[in-house]
Design a protein around this ligand. Structure first.
Ligand code: 5GP
Length: 218
């Protein structure tokens, strides 16, 4: 049987793949790779933020960059599936786009913090799979943050401080991947993602179809 015949698309609702980590753990690179490999089945939830764009960031691709009054208006209208204050700025997940993707049977990847993950898990239960990316050590975390060179010293210190908070919430997650090297970490992320695609509840329509066919033959 071809993989296409067993494709999940259009059969059941999609899953939420929520990837969290302290900043500097290499989460964004890992997410980009997953999206590139599984572009037919996974879409990225582009968050809204009041943070200013970093050099090279594209509005509508990396984030929807909006101002504070617009953010507040969206909160008031219930446009966010979750939102949180992170590193001194507001970030939120647009509800409508995510709902639309899930109802088409497509998965949605989220690069959000534990506060957002917790809110989505509360709404979506076992449809939300939470994956935590851990840096191999604190020195590596700091080096990666400094290498970015797009943040002020104050912003880097705030991110390092918040890393501890993020680490302390690891038990909100279902899976833990240590990013000591990109290849190994990506293989692990890929394995976790693939496992979610083969969860029995998600594949129920395939079995149900066979049962119906078997009954019809009797
Ligand atoms: P950055 O400013 O480095 O792009 O992101 C800072 C932090 O905010 C990261 O941990 C990122 O995962 C988180 N974040 C990005 N978008 C959202 C969102 O929509 N909701 C929540 N709760 N966190 C977000």
């Amino acid at each position: 049987m071809s993989e296409r015949r067993y494709s999940d698309q259009g059969m059941t609702r999609g899953r939420l793949i929520i990837v969290g980590s302290p900043s500097g753990a290499g989460k964004t690179t890992l997410c980009h790779r997953l999206l590139a490999e599984f572009q037919d089945s996974v879409g990225f939830s582009v968050s809204y933020t009041t943070r200013k764009p970093r050099p090279g960031e594209i509005d509508g691709k990396d984030y929807h960059f909006i101002d504070q009054p617009t953010f507040e208006a969206m909160v008031a209208k219930g446009d966010f599936a979750e939102w949180a204050h992170v590193h001194g700025n507001n970030y939120g997940t647009g509800r409508a786009w995510v709902q639309n993707m899930l109802s088409q049977g497509r998965d949605v990847l989220f690069d959000i913090d534990f506060q957002g993950g917790r809110q989505l898990k509360a709404q979506y239960g076992s449809d939300a799979i939470m994956i935590f990316i851990l840096p191999p050590g604190l020195d590596v975390l700091e080096q990666r943050l400094r290498r970015r060179q797009s943040e002020s010293e104050e912003a880097i210190e705030l991110r390092l401080h918040n890393s501890l908070r993020e680490l302390e919430h690891y038990l909100f997650y279902d899976y833990l991947i240590v990013n000591a090297g990109l290849e190994q970490a990506y293989d692990e992320l890929r394995a976790v993602y693939l496992a979610t695609r083969y969860a029995v509840l998600r594949r129920a329509p395939l079995v149900e179809a066979l049962i119906r066919e078997a009954k019809a033959r009797r």
